[in-house]
Write a protein that binds this ligand. Sequence first.
Ligand code: 5GP
Length: 219
Amino acid sequence: MIKENEQGILIVVSGPSGCGKSTLDQKLIESRNDTVMSISDTTRNPRGEEKDGVDYNFISTEEFEQKIKDNKYLEYAIVHSNKYYGTPNKHIDELLSKGKNIILEIDIEGARKVNEKRPDAVFIFIMPPSMEILKNRLMGRKTETKEQLVERFKTAYKEINEVTKYNYVIVNDDLNESLLKMNSILECERCRVDRIEDVYLGNQEEMIHELLVDFDKKN
Ligand code: 5GP
């Protein structure tokens, strides 16, 4: 009766460093075969166990700037003072048209740019349960210097102030509960009326005729 548009959903996920968004996104894509992560380019160095081509495409500043000139990014931003991060636009439309949901895990500036270009995207903000917990999580990773930690903490305050620009917020206290909420948001978005492509109700006169015939048969 109702034909739904088969397009996937572009999902923008932001939240301060240490809020647990990467773990959450990872769990989400493991739990659904219709959802993939977009792999960003960055000019920062790999951290801990991070792998090139999996966590990020780690590229040089020269290469990044050339790709900006060549219009290869849906959005890009300079995050944490001096490092480029960008979403390659390659494959995005192709994946969406195949019905794949795509997660862009990007900062607030990148999210604002995506909003201008793709108002159809869904914007989710992942919030730490408290700043105290965020501080402990960031320090617990032991991957940043003291200066980097202060920088990330300052950025966290700035980012959290932008939460009202997002469609949804998830306070990431319990991973399983947050995962349930992410899945629920996807299901809700799939039910939006603006995803309806066509409505076939059939011919009204014919349907009423059929109804009367059926009624007479049964009575
Ligand atoms: P991290 O260095 O901790 O991996 O990421 C730092 C910040 O950069 C995070 O807020 C992350 O969401 C953001 N980020 C990662 N990839 C992109 C991207 O492609 N574009 C933008 N604008 N931000 C990104």
